[in-house]
Design a protein around this ligand. Sequence first.
Ligand code: GLN
Length: 308
Amino acid sequence: MINYQQILDEIFQELQPTLTNGKVADYIPALAKVLPDQFAMSITLMDGTSHHIGCSDTKFSIQSISKVFTFTKALNIYSKELYRKVGREPSGNPFNSLVQLEYEHGIPRNPFINAGAIVVTDTLLSHYKNVDNTYDKILGFIQEISDNQDITYDRDVWFSEYKHGHRNIALANLMKSFNNLDNNVDDVVKTYFKHCAITMSTKELSRAMLFLANHGTDPITNKEFITSSQAKRINAVMLTCGHYDASGDFAFHVGLPGKSGVGGGIVAIVPKLMSIAVFSPRLNNWGNSYSGTKALEIFTNKTSLSIF
Ligand code: GLN
């Protein structure tokens, strides 16, 4: 029997000397105000038992981790029709790159780069009609998956990104010019920035992602959020695309499906066993949590719980 709490304690100790490595995201000014040296890690097992270390109750901006929820919801609604608008191949490019999108006629490589997530948000907006209703439905879905009504967004982060979101707005305009966006650009990016600004703790995130460790059904409430084959595909896209141009590096070092966000969070799935969330806001050169990635690497090294 693995003593998970002891392993989390050891990880926390081993990370102490390097907790000041990396740089907090500052291209969204409100995110730059976050205390930089924080660290938290949570694991939730299939029976709901959980283990935590660090500031695991601190809520942080989930940012691109929200793309896992929106991709799940859109797959749920559109099934494989969704892939007419967004691919499922790694991009090999930074999360906010414009270049590839021009070459590939406005069809983003995958739902986890910004362009892909913006398209996914556009499909949800088409389904739910307006910004407020679409955001409410996305939030409601996250609350249901998390079995927790106490989740909301940070208005300052939302507004800060909206004011400084020139690159994402450029991506949306480029896709609109290729007819791959059905709604008004401003409505799409407003909704996208709002779901990126949702805040959750590692405790909440590790609980929320459990359905992906269990073929799409929450093992505690028994609610089926997605079919087993769709859950397989979400995990596959997390493994191959969840860390942008560092997805290969993450698979190499950690060996689990994972998704990062510039708020410093990462979620990772150990199929049939648990889901893991880490938080540490200082980022590496690819925009992924420096200590969060290290913590997951130490975890799979110590436990041999990688998928390989
Ligand atoms: N909201 C962020 C952006 O669009 C999300 C990016 C991320 O977390 N990697 O830039």
